[in-house]
Design a binder for this molecule. Structure first.
Ligand SMILES: [Cu+2]
Length: 262
């Protein structure tokens, strides 16, 4: 089954996979394709059967009773059973993983905040201390557009990743809290098999664990305006832990601090 799934993945041209849970997402997609393929063949066979069995030559007179066998009931039951297995066995656990089973402090997750806007991703890092400084809407001014509380010591080392470039270490869970500054956007990283709408006024967390070092594209999956396509310039750089530490240290040296948000 595993080999057949790999082959199907190649036939379907599935995109690069670089996250831990992504394999299960792909499996669900592949199994749904198998079911759809079986239904496609089944309906075509049924169509041919109907053409042959119920044509005018073999049925010159209409039959008011119709089919007496129970084959269709059995087939229907089997299809419903397969659909039930896909739903309960694959889709529900995936959903539970996405919304319920967030990494805990013991998993040492990387925590980020993303604020989408027309047409860019503002990526906030908590800095070496791993904690974000306080934010409050009432603090928003022309020179403090994100409303950071500059008296909060936790915020001193926070920084914003330039040009929507995210750096994360490989094999460590990433939790991103997503919101939007203006319209509805959608944070989508195909390689990580994650998609989450960015909605103004709502902060929604998502999580994934990157498994492959590399650079992956971020897409906006909601048509958000004329510059929508330029949101695809965002990148996730999955680094080795050493490279990530180096990058983080460089950021800390460059000043960091809530001031750098201005
Ligand atoms: Cu967008």
């Amino acid at each position: 089954m595993e080999k057949l799934a790999d082959l199907t993945s190649k036939i379907l041209g599935m995109p690069v996979l670089a996250s831990k849970h992504g394999g299960d997402v792909d499996k669900l997609i592949i199994y749904v394709h198998w079911l759809m393929g079986a239904l496609f063949i089944g309906w075509i066979l049924y169509f041919i059967l109907v053409l042959v069995k119920f044509n005018r030559k073999s049925n010159p007179k209409a039959d008011y009773v119709g089919i007496r066998g129970h084959a269709s009931n059995y087939i229907e039951a089997i299809v419903a059973l397969v659909e039930g297995v896909l739903l309960i066995g694959f889709a529900v656990p995936l959903w539970a993983h996405a919304v319920d089973r967030f990494p805990t402090a013991e998993d040492h997750p990387i925590k980020l905040k993303i604020v989408a806007q027309q047409f860019a991703w503002n990526v906030f890092y908590p800095g070496p201390d791993g904690e974000f400084g306080a934010q409050d809407m009432s603090l928003i001014t022309a020179d403090n557009p994100w409303g950071f509380d500059k008296s909060d010591p936790k915020g001193k080392d926070d920084f914003i990743a330039p040009e929507g470039d995210i750096h994360v270490p490989v094999d460590r869970p990433v939790i991103i809290t997503i919101t939007s500054k203006d319209v509805i956007h959608s944070f989508k990283v195909i390689a990580m098999r994650v998609t989450q709408d960015a909605i103004p006024g709502v902060r929604i967390p998502l999580h994934f664990t990157p498994t492959k070092v590399g650079v992956y594209q971020i897409n906006c999956a909601q048509l958000c305006g004329v510059g929508h396509s330029s949101m695809a310039n965002g990148r996730i750089h999955v680094d080795t832990q050493a490279d990530y530490d180096k990058w983080l240290a460089g950021k800390a040296k460059s000043g960091g601090g809530a001031q750098s948000f201005e």
